[in-house]
Design a protein around this ligand. Structure first.
Ligand SMILES: CC(C)(COP(=O)(O)OP(=O)(O)OC[C@H]1O[C@@H](n2cnc3c(N)ncnc32)[C@H](O)[C@@H]1O)[C@@H](O)C(=O)NCCC(=O)NCCS
Ligand SMILES: Nc1ncnc2c1ncn2[C@@H]1O[C@H](COP(=O)(O)OP(=O)(O)OP(=O)(O)O)[C@@H](O)[C@H]1O
Length: 198
């Protein structure tokens, strides 16, 4: 089974694109979603987060106080690095377990991760896709989706590799600028992946 990584800067549309792959029957591991899940389920990680960022990291009912943590880490490089070091290894392990336990025979799977290149997890994939979109479009999408300011989105962008850096590491590109057809780009890659020799 071939493992394909898919990434892109905040608001590039990687999740939207993965949903298209899913309509073709392709299984997707959503690393960002799994990260959030692990952060409320893995007792060792929960303790690590509380010890590092304080008990306010969680609400009384055990849910994650995203805004509190985001406010700390996206304004301080060292704090972000601590969070990444706590969360990323646990996500890597979860992907391995997920891939090893797939019940059906599939030609390829996707691993969707915002920080595929930054975290080094692209090395665990056979090929990697980068989703790109113009800066203004990414900003506007996220401001609308998450009801946040341009500065808040920019703070996260600043913590990610630039598209220029990521392009050098990617095998394939999808341009999600709303003028190139997404469906056609996805279908083209899908055919290509089906034909990669196992
Ligand atoms: C900081 C947290 C609590 C903020 O939660 P929030 O609901 O506001 O954001 P969400 O998780 O939906 O992420 C939205 C986008 O922010 C960006 N982002 C998230 N984490 C990071 C990070 N560590 N570095 C840079 N950008 C990030 C990504 O583009 C991501 O797609 C959360 O993002 C988190 O726990 N991050 C650490 C885990 C992580 O690195 N996840 C991403 C890759 S596995
Ligand atoms: N081609 C498109 N046409 C219209 N809207 C789009 C398109 N692509 C993405 N969007 C919208 O832009 C927003 C961001 O897309 P999406 O959540 O897929 O991005 P992402 O790269 O996964 O972002 P993040 O890094 O924040 O998780 C969503 O609200 C989505 O519906």
């Amino acid at each position: 089974m071939i493992k394909i990584g898919i990434t892109g800067g905040i608001g590039s549309g990687k999740t939207t694109i993965c949903r298209v792959f899913e309509t073709l029957g392709i299984l997707v591991f959503y690393a960002d979603t799994v990260a959030k899940q692990i952060m409320v389920e893995d007792e060792i990680l929960i303790k690590g987060v509380k010890d590092t960022f304080g008990h306010e990291s969680y609400f009384g009912d055990g849910t994650l106080n995203n805004k509190y943590i985001a406010n700390i880490v996206f304004n301080n490089e060292a704090e972000l690095s601590k969070l990444n070091q706590l969360v990323h290894p646990a996500v890597f392990r979860a992907f391995d377990v997920w891939a090893a336990n797939l019940k059906t025979e599939v030609p390829y799977v996707l691993k969707e991760a915002a920080l595929l290149f930054e975290s080094g997890s692209y090395k665990m994939c056979d090929k990697n896709i980068l989703v790109t979109a113009p800066l203004e479009l990414k900003l506007n999408r996220v401001m609308k989706r998450d009801q946040v300011t341009a500065d808040q989105v920019q703070a996260r962008m600043d913590k990610q590799f630039t598209d220029e850096q990521k392009m050098k590491m990617a095998d394939y590109l999808i341009h999600n600028d709303e003028s190139n057809s997404l469906i056609l780009q996805v279908l083209e890659l899908h055919q290509l992946f089906l034909n990669i020799k196992h």
